[in-house]
Design a protein around this ligand. Structure first.
Ligand code: GLA
Length: 391
């Protein structure tokens, strides 16, 4: 289905369910090329926004009720904006969370009917939740006759995730979904929130996303535990007299000394974060200079570090990465996203793409009994109003 057909089908589904004419909004998922578990340590990341998007078709209502239907869940949830909020642990925490976070930023919301449908696979490490939050943020704001700059929509999405859905995620996913740029990766400094688009090679190579279909569940899981370990490590370093406010401020040359101050496994967690920040800066430099072999080596290094020091990989991801790294034409490979399942990202010569996909599917199936989903990442634009062009 083309993008415009996708928009029309979203509007049609809305009309069938609610009647009336909706406006359609969309926001993309993302794949991170390098810079993992650095965002909540005020460090560097390098994601691209994907062609897979979440669509929200919506129309304003006269009362203060928000009704939201999810095509994927086949479920409708309704709530009154004026009512107190309680976490349910269900998908609609994101919907209510975005509404509450917008209200907390002073947006005077209006009731709305919303039809949500998504092409971003959930749990694949491709930020389906950020795509939902950011698309909802633009939809609810616009339908209320208000406006927020894209970086603010990202912060609203993060607040929905942190304060309402209970995942203490960083800002990378929402910024990528809000500010993605076709043909570019985004180099993000998660301390200043400065976002710099970096052009991707136009031809010859592809970024491939291999979804192991092993599903992670961030809420309450290993992700929050890693965040907590980083917090403890920082606290210990501060108590030992280091004048630092985030792990981002530590240099690679300090790692030896730091290692002696921190108990296992905090020393390895910090080592990952510090080195990953270095790798991400180096990767941006390599991309700008067209040094793809260097970029690929940095990806490989990132994976080893996430596997051994940060311990967020799983056997399925290690397998995909090792298999890919053995294939000719592959320049680099690593797990991507929060980990504990999800996807790997592989940089490959486009000429070798088909063979790589076939081999990955077959070897993975032979080993784990199911096929992974292999897709090419198309770097796309961030959140937008699709239709009508103006209210
Ligand atoms: C998840 C989080 C992000 C980031 C990554 C790991 O995707 O939502 O904020 O921390 O994990 O890099």
């Amino acid at each position: 289905m083309s993008e415009s057909e996708r928009v029309s089908s979203s509007a049609r589904a809305f009309r069938e369910r609610f009647g009336g004419e909706p406006a359609v909004f969309s926001a993309p998922g993302r794949v991170n090329l390098i810079g993992e578990h650095t965002d909540y340590n005020s460090g560097f990341v390098l994601p691209i926004a994907l062609g897979e998007r979440t669509y929200v078709a919506g129309a304003r209502r006269a009362d203060d009720t928000v009704r939201c239907y999810s095509r994927e869940r086949r479920e409708e949830h309704a709530f009154a904006l004026a009512h107190a909020w309680r976490r349910s642990g269900k998908w609609h925490d994101y919907v209510e969370g975005v509404a509450r976070a917008l209200a907390a930023r002073g947006v005077a919301l209006a009731g709305a009917d919303l039809y949500v449908s998504s092409d971003v696979p959930p749990g694949a490490g491709l930020s389906s939740s950020a795509a939902l939050e950011v698309a909802l943020g633009l939809a609810l704001t616009t339908l209320a006759g208000a406006a927020l700059p894209a970086p603010e929509l990202a912060l609203v999405g993060q607040s929905a995730e942190n304060d309402y859905a209970g995942v203490r995620s960083g800002i990378m996913d929402q910024l990528a979904s809000a500010l993605g740029r076709a043909g570019h990766a985004l180099f993000i400094d998660c301390r200043s929130l400065e976002v710099t688009p970096v052009p991707l090679p136009k031809a010859g190579v592809s970024f491939v996303v291999c979804d192991t279909r092993v599903r992670h569940a961030h809420a309450g899981g290993g992700y929050n535990e890693r965040r907590e370990e980083c917090r403890r490590a920082l606290e210990l370093l501060q108590r030992s007299g280091r004048a630092v406010t985030s792990l981002r401020e530590l240099g690679i040359e300090e790692l030896n000394d730091i290692g002696k101050l921190l108990p296992e496994p905090l020393d390895r967690r910090v080592r990952h974060v510090v080195r990953e920040n270095g790798r991400t800066s180096a990767a941006v430099d390599a991309l700008r200079r067209g040094h793809l072999a260097v970029f690929g080596k940095l990806m490989n290094g990132s994976h080893a570090s996430l596997r051994d020091d940060y311990e967020v990989s799983v056997p399925e991801l290690d397998f995909v990465v090792a298999q890919a790294q053995r294939e000719s034409g592959v320049i680099g490979a690593r797990m991507t996203g929060g980990g504990f399942g999800g996807s790997a990202v592989i940089l490959v010569d486009t000429a070798d793409l088909e063979r790589l996909s076939t081999n990955l599917r077959a070897s993975f199936q032979a080993r784990f009994g199911h096929e992974p989903v292999v897709r090419v990442a198309v770097a796309s634009d961030g959140v937008r109003r699709e239709t009508p062009a103006r209210a």
